[in-house]
Design a protein around this ligand. Structure first.
Ligand SMILES: [Zn+2]
Length: 339
């Protein structure tokens, strides 16, 4: 991976485009992307408005048709890149997705190839974001880094020597479900004490409610119910020096820093990128995370690992990363033809 060689685009009158799709539990985003990462047009459909997969694909194809109509110049659609959770990249399927209105096994690559007759590539959503940051964002020129998406849950992508670490079946990097507290908080996966139950937007709320139950500190957050509270509310309260909110960020950073120190021992990344909703709290989260990581690092790593937020935002990073698979596929085909 790494540098994608420039294709013969200058000699062509039309523009080559990749269609990129980022399927998420709340929204599904799509974009038409030119070579070099220029997003020409984009749109979003709310995933949960569809009650089953056939309604979902019908709605998505309609939105894609409307998106293509927006392109005023001549273009050629070269292929489709799809980022999705719970996917098996080798088989081109989405399996047992927790937050999508899908059946247990959706042959998504086949569905798109049948619809558009174009090469279609599938990649795990967090890997797509990792690739996007590597090619276009905060990790350009950084061959060893780890990306964490901190949203409803905690996703992870690992770049080692400029290659995504995928594992035997493309399922490597499920950091969110590694244990951080034995017999700790219960997790949606069925286990207890998983990292994402302590470090994610949802986890931050749980921490706030725990702190409110175990301390008597005054807090504006006491006025809001669990259902209505958002991580943005907690961020706003922390900005106003609300003690519970600040303690919640401190706790979250402490736990995350401990886990990152382990990750550094496994992989020695030079950079850790935080992305997703919770990362928007920026320094409020990064400061305690960095402190805790440094406290737990082996001496030889101290002061050498940077933590920063995404340069692109998780959605654009994933869209750009998924689109890059189309360019790589195309380059491969051109090479194969010239041989
Ligand atoms: Zn879990």
């Amino acid at each position: 991976m790494g540098i994608i060689k420039l294709l013969n685009t200058f000699r062509r009158e039309h523009v080559d485009l990749a269609l990129s799709i980022d399927i998420g539990g709340t929204n599904t985003k799509m974009a038409l992307i030119a070579y070099g990462g220029n997003i020409i047009a984009s749109d979003t459909v709310p995933t949960q408005q569809f009650h089953n997969e056939s309604a979902f694909f019908q709605g998505l194809f309609l939105a894609i048709g409307n998106l293509l109509k927006q392109i005023k110049q001549d273009y050629q659609l070269l292929g489709i890149g799809i980022g999705a959770p719970s996917c098996n990249e080798n088989e081109g399927i989405i399996e047992n997705p927790a937050n999508l209105p899908f059946s247990d096994r959706v042959e998504i690559v086949q569905i798109f190839e049948r619809q558009y007759g174009l090469p279609t590539y599938l990649i795990k959503d967090s890997n797509a974001a990792t690739l996007g940051e590597y090619l276009f964002g905060a990790a350009v020129g950084v061959p060893n880094f780890v990306l964490l998406t901190l949203g409803t849950g905690l996703g992870c992508g690992v770049m080692v020597n400029g290659q995504l670490a995928k594992g035997a079946n493309g399922l490597a990097g499920e950091l969110g479900h590694t244990t951080i507290v034995p017999n700790g908080r219960s997790c949606g996966c069925g286990k207890r004490g998983c990292l994402e139950t302590y470090v994610s937007a949802t986890a931050l709320k749980r921490t706030v409610f725990e702190l409110m139950a175990t301390t008597l500190h005054k807090s504006v957050l006491r006025k809001t119910s669990y259902e209505r509270l958002t991580s943005k509310d907690i961020f706003d309260a922390a900005q106003q020096d609300d003690r519970i909110a600040i303690m919640a960020f401190e706790e979250t950073g402490k736990v995350l820093g401990r886990k990152l120190a382990d990750i550094v021992a496994y992989l020695e990344p030079e950079l850790i990128i935080l992305t997703g909703g919770l990362s928007k709290s920026g320094i409020l989260l990064i400061k305690p995370t960095l402190r805790s990581m440094e406290e737990n690092l082996l001496n030889m790593y101290k002061g050498r690992v940077r933590i920063r937020t995404s340069a692109l935002g998780v959605n654009n990073a994933a869209l750009l990363g998924a689109a890059s698979l189309v360019w790589q596929g195309e380059e491969y085909q051109l090479k194969a033809e010239s041989n």
